[in-house]
Design a protein around this ligand. Structure first.
Ligand SMILES: Nc1ncnc2c1ncn2[C@@H]1O[C@H](COP(=O)(O)OP(=O)(O)O)[C@@H](O)[C@H]1O
Ligand SMILES: [Mg+2]
Length: 222
């Protein structure tokens, strides 16, 4: 199996060296748990290795602002954005595409043009409201597209009260990673848990995570 490194110190050793290629991994967690940071590290690692990356940005946040935030991390080189890391606004794609078929066509065209190794999609579940009955079929086709184009994709989703991750995305995902930012004994503790990863003998349970200007660092076993 081909694997690509996530770029997150401590994590790759827990998953036999990296994420399988191709695969779709759901990265879910509470607000502030580190999803965007994780995704940024993943994309910058790809850029460091000379890979092409595609970043589908969240609704309602201008890409220049997102990049501005991202560059506060040590590992981000702003020159990557628009070059190794191309971004598309999900909102703009939705305006052009009112049916799932159109949306997938736009995405496929972008993949064929850019030939990315890595794709990040933040808040994909927002499309559920747009695509309604077509959403489930859309997820199946998206997962299929990612496999045929040999891409490693991260889908980052916010946890909802009482629902740790969206079940429908989990059903089409090859891997599920949970990030948490919980209060334990009056202290905030960050953790990562690999719930599943196809074809991978991975560590189980929660492991400590730290976030600094260096991004996420995982401490396996802690
Ligand atoms: N440049 C930075 N340096 C250090 N810590 C940061 C920086 N940017 C964000 N953080 C920390 O990382 C946390 C998680 O941010 P983020 O990855 O955006 O979480 P999520 O996307 O899961 O909501 C922030 O709340 C903050 O505590
Ligand atoms: Mg975020």
């Amino acid at each position: 199996m081909i694997r690509i490194p996530t770029g997150i110190p401590g994590l790759d050793n827990m998953i036999e060296g990296g994420l399988p290629r191709p695969s779709l991994t759901l990265l879910a967690g509470d607000a502030g748990a580190g999803k965007t940071t994780f995704c940024t590290q993943f994309l910058c690692k790809g850029a460091d290795l000379g890979e092409h990356c595609l970043y589908l940005l969240t609704f309602g946040r201008p890409s220049d602002l997102q990049i501005n935030y991202a560059t506060s991390y040590e590992f981000v080189k702003s020159a990557y954005f628009g070059k190794e890391i191309c971004y598309l606004e999900l909102e703009e794609m939705v305006e052009k595409a009112c049916r799932s078929r159109d949306f997938l066509d736009i995405l496929e065209r972008e993949i064929d043009t850019l030939n990315p190794t890595r794709i990040v999609i933040e808040n994909l579940s927002i499309l559920e409201e747009v695509l309604k009955d077509e959403y489930w079929r859309f997820l199946l086709k998206l997962s299929h597209l990612i496999k045929t184009k040999a891409v490693v994709t991260l889908v980052a989703e916010d946890a909802q009260p009482g629902i740790p991750y969206p079940a429908n995305i989990a059903q089409v995902a090859d891997g599920i990673i949970l990030l948490q930012n919980e209060t334990i004994n009056f202290a905030r503790r960050r953790s990562i848990e690999i719930l599943k990863m196809c074809g991978t003998s991975h560590h189980l349970g929660k492991h400590a995570v730290d976030i600094s200007v260096k991004g996420l660092v995982v401490y396996p076993g802690l």
